[in-house]
Design a protein around this ligand. Structure first.
Ligand code: ATP
Length: 302
C-alpha cells in the first residue's frame, strides 16, 4: 500500500455526499489467511454507514486497516482525498477517530482526564511549555478543559467529570469512549460495536447520540451486530462475509437480500449465487410455473 500523504483533486469533502473516506481494493492477509479481500467502501460527508457481517467476517480487521493499526497488504485508503499515513496517531491527527470493540479507557483516570487524553492531537503546546507551565500552557489547558466539558455535556456525562472511569456503569463507559474519540475533532468517526452489552434504553440513547454526531457534520462508519440499531440508524449498509463485501445498499435493500440471510445462517459464501444468477433461476422457475399451470389437469395439484 502506498503510504505517502498526497493530495488528489477530489470534490470538496464538505459538500454533502462527497467522499470523506474512500477505501479501494483493501486486502489484509495474515500469513495464509485472507481476513479482508478486495473491499471497496466509501463514506460520504453527512452519512452514517453500517458495516455488518457474521463473526469473523473481517469487520474489525477492515477498521484496523482504516486507522493505521494495520497496513493493508493491498489497496489504498484515502481520507478527504489524501492517502492515509501508516501510523494510528497520524490517522487520528488527519481526522479519523475510533472506538474499540473492547472498551479501552484509562480506568484510574477521571472521566474528564480521559477526554483530555483524546485531545492531544489537537493541542499545540510543546514539551517545554508543559514543563515550564508558562502562560501559553495554562491558556491551552483551560481551553482543552472547556472543550472536554462541552463534549461531556454532549454525551450526557457532565456530572461524572470527576469520577474515575472505572467506576462508571458499562453504558456510560461506552459514552465516554465516544467523547474521547470526539475530542480529537474528527471528520469521520468509526464505532466498533458501540451498543455491545447495552440494554434497549441505552441502545436507543446511543442511536440518538450517533444522529447528533452526524448532525454536527461528522461522518460515521459503524460496526454492529444489533440489526435493528443498524437498520434504524444507517443511510447505507455494507455486508462483509468471509472477508468479502457481499452486498451494499440502503437498509431496506440489504434487509431484503436473501444472500444476507443465508450468510447469517452460515451458508458458504463461495456457493452464494450472484444477483444475475438469482434472476436467471427466478425467471426459469416462473417459466416452469407458467408451463405447469397451463397444463391440463394440473389446477388442483397445489
Ligand atoms: N492479527 C491477526 N492475526 C491473524 N488472524 C487474525 C488477526 N486479526 C484477525 N484475524 C482473523 O481474521 C478474521 C477476521 O477477524 P475480525 O476480527 O476482523 O472479524 P470480525 O468480523 O470483526 O468478527 P467479530 O464480529 O466476531 O468481531 C478471523 O478469522 C480472525 O481470526
Amino acid at each position: 500500500m502506498t503510504t505517502d500523504t498526497t493530495t488528489q483533486n477530489t470534490p470538496d469533502a464538505t459538500t454533502p455526499g462527497a467522499p470523506v473516506l474512500d477505501a479501494r481494493g483493501v486486502t489484509m492477509r495474515f500469513g495464509g489467511l485472507t481476513a479482508v479481500r478486495n473491499v471497496d467502501l466509501t463514506v460520504g460527508s453527512g452519512e452514517i454507514v453500517g458495516l455488518i457481517g457474521p463473526n469473523g467476517a473481517g469487520k474489525t480487521t477492515f477498521f484496523n486497516c482504516l486507522t493505521g493499526l494495520y497496513i493493508p497488504t493491498e489497496g489504498e485508503v484515502r481520507y478527504q482525498g489524501d492517502i492515509l499515513p501508516p501510523k494510528s496517531f497520524k490517522v487520528t491527527a488527519a481526522g479519523i477517530a475510533r472506538t474499540f470493540q473492547n472498551i479501552r479507557l484509562f480506568a484510574n483516570m477521571t472521566v474528564l482526564e480521559n477526554v483530555l487524553v483524546g485531545r492531544h492531537t489537537r493541542t499545540k503546546e510543546g514539551l517545554w511549555s508543559a514543563l515550564l507551565r508558562g502562560p501559553g500552557f495554562h491558556k491551552a489547558e483551560a481551553a482543552s478543559r472547556a472543550r472536554g466539558m462541552e463534549l461531556l455535556e454532549f454525551v450526557g456525562l457532565t456530572d461524572k467529570a470527576d469520577h474515575l472511569a472505572r467506576n462508571l456503569p458499562y453504558g456510560e463507559q461506552r459514552k465516554l469512549e465516544i467523547a474521547r474519540a470526539l475530542a480529537s475533532e474528527p471528520g469521520l468517526l468509526l464505532l466498533d460495536e458501540p451498543t455491545a452489552g447495552m440494554n434497549p434504553q441505552e441502545t436507543r440513547a446511543t442511536e440518538e447520540l450517533v444522529f447528533a454526531i452526524r448532525d454536527k457534520g461528522i461522518a460515521v462508519l459503524v460496526i454492529e451486530h444489533d440489526m435493528r440499531f443498524i437498520f434504524n440508524l444507517c443511510d447505507r449498509v455494507a455486508v462483509l462475509v468471509q472477508g468479502e463485501k457481499l452486498v451494499e445498499g440502503d437498509p431496506a435493500t440489504v434487509q431484503g437480500d436473501e444472500r444476507v440471510v443465508a450468510a447469517y445462517l452460515g451458508e458458504p459464501f463461495e456457493n452464494a449465487p450472484g444477483a444475475a444468477e438469482v434472476a436467471e433461476v427466478e425467471a426459469a422457475e416462473a417459466h416452469a410455473d407458467a408451463t405447469t399451470d397451463a397444463a391440463p389437469g394440473k389446477e388442483n395439484d397445489r
